[in-house]
Design a protein around this ligand. Sequence first.
Ligand code: MG
Length: 375
Amino acid sequence: MSALAPYAADPARTRGRRHPEPPASPRSEYQRDRDRIVHSTAFRRLEYKTQVFINHEGDLFRTRLTHSLEVAQIGRTVARLLGLDEDLTETIALAHDLGHTPFGHVGQDALNACMRAHGGFEHNLQSLRVVDELEQKYAEFEGLNLTFEAREGILKHCSPTNAARLGEVGERFLNGGQPSLEAQIANLADEIAYNNHDVDDGLRSGLISLEQLAEVPIFARHLAEVRRLYPQLNDRRVIHETVRRMINTLVVDLIEETRRRLVVHRPESLDEVRRCPPLAGFSPEVQAEHLELKRFLFHNLYRHYRVVRMSEKARRVITRLFEAFVAEPRLLPPEYQRRAQTHGLHRTVCDYIAGMTDRYAIREHKRLFDIEELG
Ligand code: MG
């Protein structure tokens, strides 16, 4: 591995784990974190959880698993070029969606509504709950016992009320600090990944068209270049060639702009990074173009009537499951009934539903509501 920059998160100087453990050697502490994510149950479930398209709509669309791998790929590239710790960036990228509910954003909104009077539901906080307590694999502790830096990065957003309950890892949401650059990069790699793959999946699904996207400057300029270089190319390849160029433009811009900010602020340590304004970012021009792409996707894809129809079904599935379990806790699997005794019924039901994959939630809904199904 190449030498770490002074502003990088150095695994040898981690703030450590909540439950002290012997050193991870010969791996670094962040490699161990990454490996624990890969071996977790929640990580495997990402294969059957979705972002925009529900899992059974087609095998070609991204799932949260392939999304997380794309985030890790982009994150590692940027981290390496900036002298950051690649393993920590990868850990955060692979873990960032572990707390996501079935059915993407609509699932999370539905659970949040169900939990309104009981502390709400935040998916970033849920990702932290997964790695801190919900994974039950190790003899000596609950959760995966990750390093502070990994936990800090996974908790991308957090409401002040919840932050106040979290101790050290919540502090930055109260005092305005930043996480490591590795976390900032993972966060922006997430944005690059989903905007670009949603363009690709949106086109593949037929919900949006190349003609529509030709109105979006960042897409239009790369599309024009591909058409000029390869006038005979079929649409499938044109789309891929355009998307890969967009990703490259965003990644190169992110690296250059972040380097520029590093020269201005000159942080000499991770703690100085935490006290600086956000150091990772896009240049103002590319940021504006990127926002335009996001807006396009919001109006034309996420709000497409076919997506909305699917989303509303998903919302009803989540809400009805929640109501049924709360009304009759004996419908819960026995280990969750036991957990409800100590952790509260609503939070336990919420954790149970949040952990479900799309298809498991659909099946569970059928089992509970279809009289012809076996319970
Ligand atoms: Mg994501």
